[in-house]
Design a protein around this ligand. Structure first.
Ligand code: SF4
Length: 321
């Protein structure tokens, strides 16, 4: 991304250095925030970066709250701030600790794998944790013949199709309202209009959308695929921030949104002005913490997740003649 920085961005960059602040931004952040971040990535990449913050005095995490909580757990005591404390992921609201205790009673002995898009309360009851980029590997690494999985039912289906493990939904209702909007017919139409384009869908998209995509993968995988693939056109089924980032970073390629209103309102609550406010005043209200009694268990399962490789390299796609 090479656009000229605004005065506000320049002020943030100056203060960032003075404060020794590490700014991490999720792929769904607006471009103005991505431009001032030290690192932009998916949940798995950002969780790993949070654990590597040595040498910084503070971390500012531009994402939704559960992501900043993960950073706080992994950050080796470095204070973590979130620009918009009210940025909550609605998908995370589908399960809590009590939901997990209940399914455990119904399925005794079956390990619980939880998606990162959950509260610290839910994570504290899980045996394993995964991102969309690591879900298949995490489930396979357990070695069990069945697992309880949630809260995202579409991601559960994605895992079910790629492993021999019986994947039991913790809740069949859990979904991301942004990814649920993608539509099979719309993707087919775009593929017809752009016959040489590669369609990539996020695993939070409904199964019929995953079916018509050429590749299904996390935002990290989308980025790797656009970089590595010889193709020039991509239809992207995920949040618009990722589409804008890919286009800004790869002007030589054409990035087509599969739906141009796929915007996560929670992610977009983070603003540059709030980042400046953190750098100037370190407001207590923006400081992220996890209850002490839950922290150790969450750290253990997050570190376990960070040891799996993740989604690996982009899937090679043959060039059409
Ligand atoms: S895009 Fe969906 S899953 Fe991601 S933070 Fe927004 S609501 Fe949650």
């Amino acid at each position: 991304m090479t656009s000229e920085m605004t005065d506000l961005q320049k002020r943030i960059m100056k203060l960032k250095n003075e404060r020794k602040a590490l700014i991490l931004a999720h792929n769904y952040q607006t471009l103005d925030i991505q431009e001032i971040a030290d690192f932009v990535g998916d949940s798995l990449q950002l969780a790993r970066k949070s654990a590597e913050g040595n040498g910084f005095d503070i971390i500012i995490f531009a994402g939704v709250r559960f992501m900043a909580e993960m950073a706080a757990v992994l950050a080796n005591e470095i204070p973590v701030y979130i620009p918009a404390p009210a940025a909550l992921c609605p998908l995370a609201a589908y399960v809590n600790a009590e939901t997990i205790r209940k399914v455990r009673r119904e399925h005794p002995g079956v390990p619980v794998v939880i998606y990162v898009n959950t509260t610290a309360d839910a994570k504290s009851e899980a045996d394993y944790i995964c991102t969309s980029g690591s879900a298949v590997e995490v489930v396979e690494s357990i070695g069990a013949d069945k697992v309880l999985f949630g809260p995202d039912a579409n991601l559960a289906e994605y895992v079910r199709r790629r492993t021999k493990v019986e994947v039991i939904d913790i809740t069949s209702k859990g979904h991301c309202y942004v990814h649920q909007q993608f539509d099979e017919a719309q993707i087919l139409l775009l593929k017809e209009e752009h016959p040489n384009a590669i369609a990539i869908a996020h695993p939070e998209c409904p199964p019929d959308v995953q079916d018509v995509a050429d590749i299904v993968g996390s935002t990290g995988m989308m980025a790797r695929t656009v970089v590595q693939s010889p193709h020039k056109k991509f239809i992207i089924a995920t949040e618009l921030g990722m589409v804008q980032q890919l286009q800004a970073c790869h002007p030589e390629k054409t990035i087509i949104p599969a739906y141009d209103h796929a915007v996560c309102r929670q992610m977009k609550k983070n603003k540059l002005e709030q980042i400046l406010e953190i750098l100037e005043n370190l407001p207590e209200a923006n400081l992220v913490s996890v209850p002490k009694d839950k922290e150790e268990h969450i750290r253990t399962i997050l570190e376990q997740m960070n040891r799996v490789k993740g989604q690996g390299p982009a899937v090679p796609v043959p060039v059409e003649s």
